[in-house]
Write a protein of this length. Structure first.
Length: 112
């Protein structure tokens, strides 16, 4: 995609629907209908059993996917470690990579 952001699976899962919708719009002769906000996610290991799940967009703007009460992306937590180690791998391998993505919805361009 050549976007100036983190090259992660988290970024790719947000980029793919944007690209797909814009290709469909182009085939139909329309202008792009969706844009990518630079979302990326980097699990930063701070110690065994704790990570900071950093989720951000362009310019370092925080773009958390989870409620702060569950996972605070600014602090290390065991919940984030558990999510990265046990929950996300099967979601990626058995769901997202097989085209079963229900959470990544592209942001649509607002025409003024």
């Amino acid at each position: 995609m050549n976007a100036p952001n983190a090259k992660t699976m988290a970024a790719a899962r947000i980029q793919a629907p944007v690209v797909a919708e814009n290709i469909i719009a182009d085939i139909r002769g329309s202008s792009p209908v969706a844009h990518y906000n630079g979302y990326g996610s980097c699990p930063l290991t701070v110690e065994r059993g704790k990570i900071v799940l950093a989720e951000f967009g362009y310019g370092g703007v925080l773009l958390p996917s989870f409620p702060k009460a569950l996972i605070d992306g600014t602090k290390p937590s065991r919940a984030a470690w558990f999510l990265k180690e046990k929950i996300l791998p099967p979601i990626y391998w058995k769901g997202m990579l097989k085209g079963r993505e229900w959470l990544a919805k592209p942001e649509h361009i607002i025409v003024k």
